[in-house]
Design a protein around this ligand. Sequence first.
Ligand code: FES
Ligand code: FES
Length: 167
Amino acid sequence: MAQSSKPAAVPAPASDVVSFIINGEPRELSLDPRQSLLDVLRERLDLTGTKKGCNQGACGACTILVNGKRILACLTLASMYSGARIETIEGLEKDGELHPLQRAFIEHDGLQCGFCTSGQIMSGLGCISEGHASSPQEIQYWMSGNICRCGAYPGIVAAVADAARRT
Ligand code: FES
Ligand code: FES
């Protein structure tokens, strides 16, 4: 006779306590070590300016700066970066003033729907600080991982070039 068997109990995931400096503010939280940094930013910290496009490293919409370097937050386990300094789009505006690169995106029409824009801006910041923004060709090459479905590339490149000249 067939017997009904209970499904095996799934153990609760362990949690890690991690701390970050996010946009200049210290934050500490307990999280599932399997969570991506993108999900932690969006779902735990309500920092939804960083977008989830492909969630597999192919579009660049989730680009942020970690310890000053560009990374794809969807491919990054948050628990591996405890202690890191994280910058997201929400941290760029200061005292009600947009960052010069944000202003340049507006001035050069570097966006249409805006879904890719926060990733483009964070990637543009990284591109400039790495010294990879001295020509349109160089900007195109070093930002080639940031995809824009609207095709706003001419404005994006012009905005990054303009901000690079001014900084
Ligand atoms: S959402 Fe991370 S690369 Fe597309
Ligand atoms: S502005 Fe629409 S995807 Fe880039």
